[in-house]
Design a protein around this ligand. Structure first.
Ligand code: SF4
Length: 493
């Protein structure tokens, strides 16, 4: 096919060929050794070899399980088999690693998909030496969930992703400031930090009040859990940028009351106070608090992130179905507990099928000795055991439990917002023009939803909310009007 295409197009265009580095299906697919033979046999057929792992799961593993440049060993040495240049991928976010790949002769071009979603201006920033301005991909694979769920994609690091042609959000440029001047952002988690970063670029004077003694909210805390250190970049990027700005002030250890907020004199109050994991089991199986015996040791993910780690036989009841239950199972095993993970789902960490890591999570927990119990709920927590029910038959059995970690739902920390709303008739005297709650405090979700909500708040301040039922504008590609003798296609925007 490549030879036929070459005959048809001659040297009017470059021809690239993507090949799988190893199809990881044994005898039924190409091994890496066979791929090398293939490239050597056809060494100069395409103009560019494009090297990538075959399946999406292999190629685009999350940072929890795959390091940057994870395909380096499979690629190394292939460069010598052809005179044509090679491009490869591997969630490259660090210019140092990119340079090493080129200087070592491993690759000629650096391919970036997720890193370009997180920061479309990554090459420009490398070119200009603005390394600290690169908004590095955190490898969470939220961008992939849009494909998997047939819904709009989001990016945790780049909230403008997918909104460039719908809401007109440029990844680097903000809209002009409105007619107010000051904003108090309460909370420095992903929603608050992104709101502050976007607001200060619009020209507002911004103060951030954080109740804890560290900045970052949930991303600071969750990035200390097993495998999630790269998620700290959500905080690191924004904190660095905010600290360069003269129109931003950050106050730590500052839990605010409505009285204090009313007295400060800010025109706009942005409430991004995050959410708290529920202890009563309310999530999917239980829509009202479940039966918990007095004296039963029930922990939440917040307890574990605060350093309160139970030991002995620990049951994790995962009715959240995303990463947290599996990550805490790893943490507890590391700390010496004997862990049973019970979930009503047919898959452990079910929603991570959308982030291409569910199979790896199951294998990791199995290797760690976690007792994985699928298709079962928890109906009751006693002092030394839990009662578990089959989701199909309802038949019950017991599992010994010195402690239970409840990975259920989260409740928004919106008390300050509610207190301020109750005093709406005092706002004008206090100089307040708007009070808004957003992010996890309004509706708990993945981190990407929080950064998006923060950015949206900043974009829409002092303007009309644009809603979500907006059409996508499209670039129209058409053939050139004039006749051209060559088979070349001309693209017009
Ligand atoms: S969603 Fe996550 S993995 Fe995807 S580009 Fe953004 S930061 Fe990277």
């Amino acid at each position: 096919m490549i030879a036929d295409i070459r005959d048809a197009v001659g040297d009017t265009m470059g021809i690239t060929l993507r090949v799988s580095l190893d199809e990881t299906i044994g005898e039924l697919g190409f091994s890496n050794a066979e791929l090398r033979d293939f490239i050597e046999m056809n060494r100069n057929l395409p103009d560019l070899w494009d090297l990538a792992h075959g399946t999406w799961e292999d190629c685009s593993g999350p940072s929890r399980f795959k390091e940057e440049a994870a395909q380096e060993l499979l690629v190394r040495g292939i460069r010598e088999l052809s005179d044509r240049p090679m491009v490869g991928v591997g969630r490259f976010t660090s210019p140092d690693v990119m340079v090493r790949m080129i200087k070592s002769g491993t690759l000629d071009f650096i391919g970036c998909a997720r890193p370009s979603i997180a920061d479309p201006f990554l090459p420009k920033k490398v070119e200009e030496g603005r390394i600290e301005d690169i908004r590095e991909c955190i490898g969470c694979n939220i961008c992939i969930t849009g494909d998997m769920t047939m819904s709009i994609s989001r990016c945790t690091q780049n909230p403008t992703f997918m909104e460039e042609w719908r809401k007109g959000w440029h990844p680097e440029r903000m809209n002009a400031k409105g007619d107010s001047d000051t904003v108090l952002v309460v909370g420095s988690g992903p929603a608050g930090l992104e709101a502050a970063w976007a607001l200060c670029r619009r020209g507002y004077d911004v103060a951030i009040a954080e109740a804890r003694t560290e900045i970052g909210g949930r991303v600071a805390r969750e990035s200390r859990l097993p495998g999630l250190s790269a998620w700290g970049r959500v905080k690191d990027y924004r904190e660095y940028q905010l600290r360069q700005r003269p129109n931003v002030e950050i106050y730590l250890d500052s839990r605010l009351t409505a009285d204090e907020v009313m007295a400060f004199g800010f025109q706009n109050i942005a409430i991004a106070t995050g959410a708290t994991w529920r202890r009563d089991g309310v999530a999917r199986q239980h829509v009202v608090p479940m039966t918990i015996a007095e004296g039963a040791a029930v922990y939440t993910p917040d307890d574990l992130m605060d350093g309160n780690i139970p030991g002995g036989n620990v049951v994790i009841f995962d009715d959240d179905h995303y990463y947290m239950g599996g990550v805490l199972a790893e943490l507890l095993v590391q700390k010496g507990a004997k862990v049973t993970l019970i979930t009503p789902s047919a898959y452990v960490s079910d929603w991570t099928r959308n982030t291409l890591e569910q199979g790896t999570i199951h294998a990791r927990l199995d290797a760690l000795g976690v007792n994985i119990v699928l298709n079962r709920g928890v109906t009751e927590i006693a002092v030394d055991h839990v009662v578990s029910n089959c989701v199909y038959t309802g038949r019950t059995c017991q599992y010994p439990a010195d402690a239970v970690v409840m990975v259920a739902s989260r409740s928004g920390n919106d008390q300050l917002y509610r207190d301020l709303i109750l005093r709406q008739d005092e706002w004008t005297d206090a100089g307040i023009r708007s009070v808004k709650v957003f992010g996890d405090a309004e509706a708990a979700g993945p981190i990407a939803w929080a950064t998006y909500a923060g950015h949206r708040y900043a974009r829409e301040l002092d303007g009309e909310p644009r809603g979500d039922a907006l059409p996508f504008r499209r670039e129209i590609t058409e053939l050139a009007a004039e006749h051209t003798p060559s088979p070349e296609l001309c693209l017009h925007d």
